[in-house]
Design a protein around this ligand. Structure first.
Ligand code: WT7
Length: 635
């Protein structure tokens, strides 16, 4: 069936029109022809954005690992599924075939089963980018356990709150991790977190750095001896299409992180179908996404999407600057990477380096370049296009979210003409709408508004773990019968979309989505702090950096402000993670507030970016006089 692989623009429009006119037939055809179902669905789609309730392929049964592994074994058993490129370039890369992946996933699944993990149980995975990370996800899916991957850069506190939110029974981690020239003591972070996690029965520990860690008796187990003793056969658990596959936490503008729940059937179909088209993946190609599996990009486009297509996917343990800024290009040359998918913040950091880091390597294998995570600025887009793509590899600027599960607005390479900074056109099945502030759909082109999606797609998150009310409130209450993304966007004269950025209190720093509330909560824990407010301001590599306005309890306090700054950043590092540290801290005696007591961040954002013109009407503030004081202090 041709729908699965779009090859020219006319075909895109045909497929797109069909996906809007007959969404159920469209998705049923994709699902039918390209996947292995143990039982066919009774109903393609039922939905109600008011409740909200969304079900795809209801009644169908499957196991996603059969689709990602077993069905490739007959023809591709000896093809490489995963290329593992270690942090240290002198350590040999590992090529894991589909057969080996099968065996290792089954062994891991058997170890987990043996330790009492059952269908529906939650397993927290806190690992660096080593093969065991991908294998752990798949092993959970094999036995129907719900994985909850926590990025291994998060602090003990952040880890513990995620483990407790979904009552995980097991944690899979490693003794430590390599990151450039540093080693990180992961296990002690886990130990710290687990002091307050009563539901965790076992911790499986991968030996990655050979460090002499403490193992808690009765709880902690070295993984390798258990794997060695485990069988390489594990029958897949048969799952319903709407059974949860995983939980992945994402920050919100308020309160604690949201455990987005993704289910099995629709997620599989959508990530596989988008992977095939957005990267124009052909058998034999080598695909590399530089994200960490701790984020949705890694779940969907390092693990599930590529493997469902029988692809070869690269997993890189290290960082772009180690041993030097040529590392990415060295890896592209070494593994002859055909599709390369990275983030604007990485592109900007690489673009600042001497061009010889790039010119030393042969990048002629590249066919498609991807970008994701935040708006890509014009300069970075051109640098990527000129130097990496050399004007022959199209750039796919892919817009999507943890909540959407898969890529939503994107060019299809060699099909959609690209335009710098534009994510261009909706993927088949995606129906965007731009809304004005009073809730009306904005029609026509050359307009801007708040980006919503008006019809469900197969990989939309179905709920927030344990808090359906918050799911409804966050995504389905701003506009009637619409999924609200939290982003602003504009639509140009030909219908291309450009995502302009968040319209809520989420700030994207180096591609990481950070909510202001948890950071402010951490700052406010400091005994000297009365109140604080965080805003983003432009940064040439990170995209945005964090600026904190901090009000102290005693004004004019004689404490050493540099010490205070360090203490505040240390608190943020402990409570949230190093990524959320503030670049600038301004101590102030007042924060601008509305009469209802809400901090006016709009004004603080302008001051932080040194844009003092047009501060808007400040007369409605409770304390308008503080604005000029804050401006003066900032200079
Ligand atoms: C937010 C979602 C989806 C994987 C990584 C981030 C921003 C993402 C783009 C893009 C402009 C983008 C949006 C979105 N974003 N991709 N191509 N152009 N903005 O997932 O952490 O859930 O963040 O990232 O603001 O809402 P996430």
């Amino acid at each position: 069936m041709s729908n699965y692989h779009i090859k020219h623009l006319e075909e895109y429009y045909q497929v797109y029109r069909k996906s809007v006119r007959e969404p159920e037939n469209f998705w049923a055809e994709v699902a039918e022809e390209h996947f292995m179902w143990r039982k066919r669905w009774d109903n393609v789609l039922s939905w109600d954005f008011k409740k909200p309730e969304i079900k795809w392929f209801e009644g169908a049964q499957l196991n996603i690992t059969e689709n990602c592994i077993d069905r490739h074994l007959r023809t591709k058993g000896d093809h490489t599924a995963i290329i593992f490129e270690p942090n240290n370039p002198d350590e040999t890369a590992e090529h894991i075939t589909y057969q080996q992946l099968h065996d290792r996933v089954c062994q891991m699944a058997n170890v987990m089963k043996d330790k009492g993990v059952k269908k529906g149980d939650r397993v927290c995975i806190y690992l660096p980018m080593i093969p065991e990370l991908a294998i752990s996800l798949l092993a959970c899916a094999r036995i129907g356990a719900i994985h909850s991957v926590v990025f291994a850069g998060f602090s003990s506190k952040a880890l513990a709150s995620r483990i407790n939110d979904s009552a995980c029974k097991m944690v899979i981690t490693s003794d430590g991790s390599y990151r450039g020239s540093k080693t990180i003591d992961l296990k002690s972070i886990v130990d710290g977190g687990l002091e307050s996690c009563p539901t965790v029965e076992n911790v499986l520990v991968v030996n990655r750095i050979n460090s002499d860690i403490t193992m808690k008796e009765g709880r902690d187990l070295w993984l390798q001896p258990l794997l060695d003793a485990a069988s390489a056969v594990c029958e897949p658990e048969i799952m319903n299409a709407e059974d949860p596959l995983f939980i992945l936490y994402t920050s919100g503008s308020t309160g604690k992180p949201k455990g987005m729940v993704h289910t099995t059937g629709g997620y599989m179909v959508y990530t596989a179908y988008t992977f095939k088209n957005v990267f124009q993946y052909k058998d034999g190609d080598v695909y590399w996404c530089t994200a960490d599996i701790g984020w949705i990009t890694g779940h969907s486009y390092i693990v599930y999407g590529p493997l469902a297509n029988g692809a070869t996917t690269v997993m890189f343990e290290g960082v772009p600057q180690y041993p030097d800024f040529g590392r990415f290009w060295q890896i592209v040359e070494k593994h002859k990477v055909n599709q390369f998918y990275t983030a604007p913040t990485a592109i900007r950091a690489l673009a600042k380096q001497n061009i010889s880091f790039l010119e030393n390597y042969d990048l002629s294998s590249l066919k498609v370049l991807g970008s994701v995570g935040e708006p890509i600025n014009e300069e970075a887009w051109h640098w990527y296009n000129d130097n990496v793509g050399k004007h022959k590899s199209p750039i796919v600027d892919t817009w999507w979210q943890t909540e959407t599960g898969g890529i939503m607005i994107t060019p299809i390479p060699y099909v959609t003409p690209t335009k710098p900074t534009y994510a261009t056109l909706p993927f088949p099945g995606i129906q965007p709408a731009l809304m004005d502030e009073s809730g009306n759909v904005i029609k026509g082109n050359q307009v801007d508004g708040r980006l919503c999606i008006k019809f469900p797609w197969p990989s939309i998150a179905r709920t927030i773990w344990g808090n359906h009310e918050r799911y409804k409130e966050t995504y389905f209450s701003a506009y009637e019968n619409m999924y609200f993304t939290g982003d602003g966007a504009l639509r140009d004269e030909v219908g291309y979309y450009r995502i302009t950025g968040r319209v809520d209190d989420v700030i994207i720093v180096s591609g990481h989505n950070l909510g202001t509330a948890p950071i402010e909560d951490a700052i406010n824990e400091h005994p000297a702090v009365a109140e604080s407010a965080i805003v983003g301001f432009p940064h040439d590599v990170k995209g945005n950096a964090l600026y904190g306005y901090v009000m102290l309890k005693e004004t004019g306090e004689s404490r050493d402000q540099n010490n205070l700054r360090n203490e505040i950043n240390q608190l943020i590092k402990d409570r949230v993670g190093a990524i959320a540290k503030l670049d600038k801290i301004q101590f102030t005696d007042g924060l601008p507030k509305t009469r209802s007591g809400k901090i006016m961040r709009r004004i603080l954002r302008k001051i932080a970016s040194k844009d003092f013109s047009n501060l808007g009407d400040t007369s409605t503030l409770l304390n308008p006089e503080c604005v000029q004081v804050i401006i003066d202090e900032s200079l």
